[in-house]
Write a protein that binds this ligand. Structure first.
Ligand code: NAD
Length: 496
């Protein structure tokens, strides 16, 4: 992967010179917040045109399992930019989330979620100047959605983290920092426990940080990051992290500045960008002209900057600060007494375009230099590789003391021997004296007898599987690879 940056992908321009944007009104409160955003953008005079298409509940109900019709996909492929209202994931239809589908379809790998303290929105942190961005990896990790019931009682979810995916998101985080004049990036991982998956993100972060000597780089364990975010959030400027960590941390950060009504986001990739509020469709407030459209409007502000419309973006951001500072607030902040409705709040922002709030400044933004992403498959070659053994996962109601000798006997006379058995990651055979509450799911690790020089071939592996399968039910295998002399697998708790 090259280290060069490239400018944003060109967008579609209409015959009269306007930038065309796909707009998806969405479900529940979606149409209200999207319409408010469109009205405000129109009032700035920014040269945008809209191409409206559906997705979400109405589409699921017509029987399309993805929730995203082809007309919408084609529009986004044309415009490359979408403004999207929240989409409901209807319970009982068995579909995947249309939101996740959209993010994955267009490989929008970077989820950028900024939060900042706002005037007139009191929180326990008011006055401390919270102003940070969570840059969440958006397509990998546990959200690949690859899950199995390995036994009737034990479920598995694959956590897939690629080096290429980490390089993209980490570079994006540093580029966001540069574009926004920020001086520090934290990387939050759980690499102390998940040394290979979360560890890849940490290693890539430490490597890529060398390319950005102007920006301070610091790794932080994600649980400490959550703790620090509650204790001293103003210490953070940019936090880059894996998908699930980012999902949880960014909901936390939105609560620090007043809640979901103010949490904006963009999903950006090499080719397409989708802008949406963090919140959902809040169905009980749909059509009541009561909800807070700020999150969606600020997502629109991010979109304007992505499109190079910096003046319009600043006009709107300043007008929001002026409006909130003047005490005009929706029900989520104000409570019932004195709150304004969605329409009146939107009108107030429009009337405040061109004004700035005393003592409240916005950042000076430059275009984000998007990381260059090669189109070829990320095929990482190892100079040397060998298979040193195999983990065979067995479903059994027998205990470890029975299984261990049985599997040892089955491997006798083969080039492999049973090294150990673990239950959900804890070694149970040979016994350690640990008190383990076992499930019917056993990882049985077989290593080649000659561990220094061997390379396990498929015929030997299959012969062992056949032997094991005659007496036990196996449901999964994992080859134990060594790449360039380093083990490509972790040890169990209690394994030496
Ligand atoms: P939600 O965000 O819709 O609502 C949670 C609560 O937050 C609401 O009850 C409401 O009190 C408050 N809230 C949310 N947005 C607000 C706003 N703009 N102004 C004022 N208050 C607001 O989350 P949910 O109830 O868990 O989910 C409802 C539906 O939305 C589900 O179908 C879910 O799958 C979907 N959803 C979609 C997205 C998305 O499109 N990106 C995100 C989250 C949830």
């Amino acid at each position: 992967m090259t280290t060069q940056a490239q400018t944003l992908h060109p967008t579609h321009t209409t015959a009269d010179g306007k930038k065309l944007v796909t707009v998806i009104p969405g479900d529940g409160i979606g149409p209200e917040v999207v319409a408010a955003t469109q009205r405000i953008i129109a009032a700035t005079g920014a040269p945008l045109a809209w191409d409206e298409h559906p997705a979400g509940a109405s589409v699921f109900k017509q029987g399309l399992p993805s929730g995203v019709p082809d007309e919408t996909i084609q529009s986004i492929l044309r415009t490359r930019v979408a403004l999207k209202g929240p989409l409901e994931t209807p319970v009982g239809y068995g579909e995947k989330s249309a939101n996740v589908t959209l993010r994955k379809l267009f490989e929008t790998y970077g989820n950028i979620r900024p939060v900042r303290e706002l005037p007139g929105v009191p929180t326990p942190y008011s006055g401390r100047g919270i102003d940070l961005v969570v840059v969440r990896e958006n397509v990998e990790d546990l959200y690949a959605g690859i899950e199995y019931m390995q036994t009737p009682g034990v479920a598995e979810c694959l956590k897939l983290i690629s080096r290429k995916g980490c390089e993209k998101i980490v570079r994006l985080a540093f580029e966001v920092a540069r574009a926004e004049g920020r001086t520090k990036v934290h990387c939050a991982t759980k690499s102390n426990i998940m040394k290979l998956t979360e560890g890849t993100m940490k290693h890539v972060f430490e490597e890529v940080a060398q390319e950005y000597p102007d920006i301070e780089a610091q790794h932080i364990i994600v649980d400490n990051c959550a703790h620090q975010l509650v204790k001293k959030p103003e210490q953070f400027q940019v936090i880059v992290t894996t998908n699930m960590n980012g999902d949880i941390l960014s909901d936390l950060t939105s609560a620090l500045i007043g809640g979901l009504g103010f949490a904006a986001s963009s999903n950006i990739g090499r080719d397409v960008a989708i802008f949406e509020a963090v919140h959902g469709s809040a169905p009980k407030y749909a059509g009541k002209d009561t909800i807070n459209p700020t999150a969606m409007i600020l997502s629109g502000v991010q979109m304007l900057r992505y499109l190079g419309e910096f003046t319009a973006a600043s006009l709107i951001e300043n007008a929001i600060l002026v409006t909130l500072a003047s005490g005009i607030r929706t029900r989520d902040v104000q409570g019932d007494a004195g709150a304004v409705g969605t329409t009146a709040y939107t009108d107030a922002i429009i009337s405040n375009l061109g004004k700035t709030a005393p003592n409240w400044q916005i950042r000076d933004y430059k275009p984000i230099q998007m990381p260059s992403v090669p189109t070829e498959i990320a095929f990482t070659k190892a100079n040397e590789r060998r298979v040193v053994g195999v983990d065979i996962f067995v479903e059994s109601g027998e205990d470890a003391e029975t299984l261990g000798p049985s599997l040892t006997a089955l491997a006798a006379g083969t080039p492999l021997h049973l090294k150990l058995i673990s239950n959900r990651g804890t070694r149970v055979y040979p016994p350690t004296g640990a008190i383990t509450d076992c499930a019917d799911h056993w990882r049985c690790r077989f290593l080649l007898n000659d561990e220094q020089h061997g390379d396990l071939d498929d015929a030997t592996l299959i012969a062992l599987l056949e032997r094991v399968g005659k007496q036990h039910r196996w449901m999964h295998i994992e080859k134990l690879n060594e790449f360039d002399g380093a083990p490509g697998f972790t040890k169990d708790q209690g394994e030496d």
